[in-house]
Design a protein around this ligand. Structure first.
Ligand code: CA
Length: 733
């Protein structure tokens, strides 16, 4: 302690001396003038050379190759033992945080829930400014996966970011004031769209996509002028109505791979995450999402590959024109998006250097694509896959039953959450491994041509609500008997170190929950990751051995970053549990306020206080409703509520488990559901869709579930399935 204090004193004196010298010609670090100076330096030249400037982290994936590998090595396998907390900043938020912080000369720019942006002095963890775009809270009604945001872009003194309600905003980096703001979605159908992804800057243009395929959106990516916000070009990922002129020529070819009247549902194909620029080949790669409806039989009756769903598409960054595409999942029917993070590198394969694009999309296979022309090199499963056995000549070999067209429920792996989701992977050119946060979970899919029942995936009524088809609990089930298959309803994660040259796992670590944070690798031969159990962990990049860990008290979604502050290496991670899975489940016993943790060698700051576990007892209220009413209540709950309150009876995440509501809340159901009492918190007003009798049915289902799970958990599902069948038969009368 004494030694540390002496060191602190000496460092302070040196720091003071340095500051004293600097103050004559340079602005004080953290001042408006300083921020203006250092953020103006982030131009095309700096972005092109981001790899050579390890002190800063100026773009989403650290460089255009998006490898998230830092050449910094002050913190290495030996010194990491001395890593301690430099500072922690509580943001006071209670929803998911997924952002990659950007850092330039010790000034950090990060986004929190509801698309709020913060500028923070990384020297001391003090907020310099905060900008809240005031996203209307009712927007949460048409979001699948939480009120999250993955980060900002920096360019010539501007901080540019997207909002949940589809705006793209440029702020003055020095003070957080708005320079321009554009609506990237149309007024007419804007409610379908949302932005959670980080923009990218390429040659003076800012590129942004959006999400909303589950809400009947039609996917596109747009380029805007970084100075003015003027729209420069737009690329649609799926064809519109073929009766009208196509927006660009290649959509005519794409339309030949569709059937039926897909455009009436929007088509899907949103570009909600990966937008990567290839600075060597001057090409832009976008990762395209799933279609609407998920099931091709419903979306495009008669089949077809449905381009460019689940594809990687290369575009000319100057005008957005199509260059090539590679489709990972032709005729997707499982929500196997290909918008997962993309990493670019050169690799020695079979004796020759190949320019490769690497992706681990949701479908469970790790792809190596030749980025010069999009040709397929290889693909191997990075996790257990039941829908396809292998990829042959670039096309998946699907297994029998994979398209679930026999009226049975099929448990298919990966689930709609994917074998890997948005959580960034990292590639270390030193170890040669790609570190992938993988998900191990099966999803239930079905299509019953007689009844018309489909998997519970199509959301979006006319109002754009979070609505899906009810799960049909009584349909016959075709289980996956493979011993590697995840048991239905269970989930776990696995951190995989993948050798892309051998196309196989080098090592892997099992994790208790399937949603864990993104990865960072460093030249110190370390990898960093936060997990669902609330631990922030440094591992040996070669072996996976735990070398250091810190209890951050809440599950982690976001990826960490590393950078230099006045010559010393720092590591930061933003912690805030939420997002697609964090909304409805958690591993740590309570959800702490969103907090940015920053570490350095010798750091000894006191972490925020650990809050006691929140005890939310299950309601004691009971119901005497009939089985038919409860079955109808389940159908309604499944359709209107389960998109967010998914975990009923399983414990809550950042959105409450309704079986633990207070008597007061149960008493206010009508006001909440039909009059929008909690609209400000993001709870939809279903007044236009539901009647008072529906509200009573939903309440009956929740009260039944609360009792049934307490008293007879073994038979709960069977009982509920029987009640649902009774209700469905009754409705057929
Ligand atoms: Ca999706």
């Amino acid at each position: 302690m004494k030694c540390q204090f002496t060191r602190f004193l000496i460092l302070s004196i040196i720091g003071y001396a340095l500051l004293g010298c600097q103050s004559e010609n340079l602005p004080v670090k953290g001042s408006q003038e300083h921020i203006k100076t250092v953020t103006k330096l982030v131009d095309d030249e700096r972005l092109l050379n981001a790899s050579k400037n390890p002190g800063d982290w100026i773009t989403y994936g650290r460089n255009y190759a998006e490898d998230r590998f830092s050449p910094l090595d002050q913190i290495d396998r030996q010194t990491v033992a001395g890593l301690g907390l430099g500072w922690a900043l509580e943001l006071g938020t209670k929803r998911g945080i997924q952002a990659t912080p950007l850092v330039v000369d010790g000034i950090m720019f990060i986004t929190g829930p509801w698309s709020t942006v913060y500028a923070i002095n990384a020297r001391n963890g003090k907020v310099i400014w905060k900008y809240d775009p005031e996203v209307p809270r009712e927007k949460a009604i048409n979001l699948c996966c939480g009120v999250v945001n993955r980060g900002v872009a920096l360019y010539k003194g501007a901080v540019i970011f997207g909002t949940l309600d589809g705006r793209l905003i440029s702020l003055d980096a020095s003070q957080g004031s708005v320079q321009w703001s554009v609506q990237t979605t149309s007024d007419e159908d804007g409610y379908r769209y949302s932005i959670t992804g980080a923009p990218r800057i390429v040659k003076g243009k800012v590129l942004i996509g959006n999400g909303g395929a589950e809400y009947k959106a039609r996917g596109y990516v747009t380029a805007y002028d970084t100075r003015t916000g003027d729209k420069l070009w737009r690329f649609y990922t799926v064809p519109g109505n073929p009766g009208l002129p196509f927006e660009h020529a290649d959509l005519e070819a794409a339309a030949k791979t569709w059937n039926g009247r897909w455009w009436e549902q929007g088509g899907g194909g949103t570009v909600w995450d990966a937008i990567v620029y290839d600075q060597e080949l001057d090409q832009l790669y976008i990762g395209v999402g799933n279609g609407v409806h998920w099931d091709r039989k419903v979306r495009s009756p008669g089949g077809g590959d449905n381009l460019y769903l689940s594809s990687i598409v290369a575009l000319n960054p100057d005008d957005g024109s199509y260059l090539w595409h590679y489709q990972t999942t032709p005729g997707d029917t499982w929500d196997y998006t290909a918008t997962q993070p993309i990493i670019l590198t050169d690799l020695e394969l079979d004796g020759r250097t190949r320019k490769v694009l690497m992706q681990a999309p949701k479908n469970g296979f790790f792809y190596m694509i030749d980025r010069t022309d999009g040709s397929f090199i290889s693909a191997e499963p990075y996790t257990y896959t039941s829908w396809a056995s292998n990829i042959e000549n670039g096309r998946p070999v699907e297994t029998p039953g994979a398209r679930y067209d026999d009226g049975q429920v099929h448990w298919i792996t990966p689930s709609s959450h994917g074998g890997h989701n948005w959580h960034p992977m990292s590639y270390s050119p030193k170890t040669g491994y790609v570190y992938i946060p993988t998900l191990h979970r099966a999803g239930a899919h079905y299509y019953d041509s007689e009844s018309g029942f489909v998997s519970p995936d199509l959301r979006g009524s006319g109002q754009g609500y979070n609505i899906s088809a009810p799960s049909k609990l009584y349909l016959p089930v075709a289980y996956d008997e493979d011993p590697r298959a995840p048991s239905p309803g269970t989930s776990s994660g696995r951190l995989v170190a993948w050798d892309p040259v051998k196309q196989k796992e080098a090592w892997g670590i099992d994790q208790v929950f399937h949603y864990n944070g993104g990865l960072l690798s460093t030249a110190g031969d370390l990898i960093f990751q936060g997990d669902a159990e609330g631990m922030f962990i440094a591992r040996d990049a070669y072996s996976g051995e735990v070398l250091w860990q810190f209890d951050v008290r809440s599950g982690v979604n976001a990826p960490p970053v590393t950078y230099l502050v006045d010559g010393q290496q720092y590591v930061s991670i933003a912690v805030g549990w939420g997002g697609a899975q964090g909304q409805s489940a958690k591993v740590v016993d309570r959800i702490h306020p969103g907090t940015i943790y920053t570490f350095r060698i010798g750091g000894s700051a006191i972490p925020p206080e650990n809050l006691p576990a929140l005890d939310r007892p299950v309601t004691q209220l009971t119901t005497n409703a009939s089985p038919t009413t409860i079955g109808n209540g389940y159908n309604l709950f499944s359709k209107y509520c389960s998109g967010c309150h998914w975990g009923t009876g399983r414990g809550s995440g950042s959105i409450p488990d309704l079986t633990s509501s207070s008597d007061q809340v149960f008493g206010a159901y009508e006001d909440i559901l039909l009059n929008g009492l909690l609209a400000a918190q993001g709870m939809p007003n279903f007044g236009a869709d539901l009647h008072k009798t529906d509200v009573e049915k939903i309440k009956a289902y929740i009260l039944f579930t609360a009792r049934s799970l307490q008293e007879d958990p073994e038979n709960h599902r069977t009982k509920l399935a029987a009640y649902q069948k009774l209700a469905d038969l009754d409705n057929l009368k």
